[in-house]
Design a protein around this ligand. Structure first.
Ligand SMILES: [Zn+2]
Length: 226
């Protein structure tokens, strides 16, 4: 009865379809889980992120867990995470993705996890960084440090949505700053983000971090635009 009462106060619902979760289900119901469009890019070596960043940022390896489509199941998940505060999704996807990547050799050379930060303003509004749980899961499963104080993001100005991709890249570059770079010098780091679209964010962050000597960068994201 207490369980029913708790269920009433804090309903355990699927992050994608909003139906009640069964006791054995966590975060996403089994039906939705089966429908999630996994990229399996760690098996095929397709490496879409690397391709997208060619000529813009040199990276070693990359992987995205899911394909993102507008009005799709993955969009519902990311929306729930970012705008309805369902932070469990972040950690859940991180645990899943990191376990999958344990089957590829390059994961063994990763020495630090660097999540893409959000600005102070955004953090205040949203209350959390949506990549945090994802990054914590990677750090735990790969048994490497989570480095959160090398990158920071200045608050953006709202006019940037109207600029071209090139102009936007420049603005974004200015918005990301690096510090404490001695923490990652000579290392192979894994940069993590929620959604890979044009790659402008990862390019900007990678380029400021590359001020660190002999840095190697790999990238993982929860989803990539299909
Ligand atoms: Zn569901």
């Amino acid at each position: 009865m207490i369980k029913d009462f708790i269920q009433l106060l804090f309903p355990r619902i699927c992050a994608s379809c909003d139906l009640n979760l069964q006791e054995s289900e966590e975060v996403i119901c089994l039906n939705c889980l089966h429908e999630l469009p996994l990229t399996y890019d760690h098996e095929t070596n397709e490496n879409s992120i690397q391709k997208a960043l060619r000529g813009r940022l040199q990276i070693e390896n990359s992987s995205s867990l899911l394909y993102f489509e507008k009005a799709g199941i993955v969009q519902a998940l990311i929306h729930d995470l970012k705008y309805r505060g369902n932070q469990k999704i972040s950690n859940y996807l991180g645990g899943w993705h990191a376990e999958l990547l344990k089957s590829v050799n390059w994961h063994k050379s990763i020495e630090a996890i660097v999540p893409i930060p959000v600005s102070k303003n955004r953090l205040k509004k949203r209350g959390f960084n949506q990549v945090q749980g994802y990054a914590e899961a990677f750090a735990e499963i790969f048994k490497v440090p989570l480095v959160e104080d090398v990158l920071w993001r200045a608050s953006t100005n709202s006019t940037q949505v109207f600029k071209s991709r090139l102009a936007r890249t420049e603005v974004t570059n200015k918005n990301y700053h690096a510090k404490n770079l001695d923490k990652i010098e000579g290392k192979h780091i894994l940069i993590l983000d929620d959604l890979m679209t044009t790659g402008a964010t990862i390019e900007a962050c990678g380029n400021v971090l590359k001020e660190a000597k002999n840095l190697k960068i790999s990238v993982a994201t929860m989803a990539i635009v299909a």
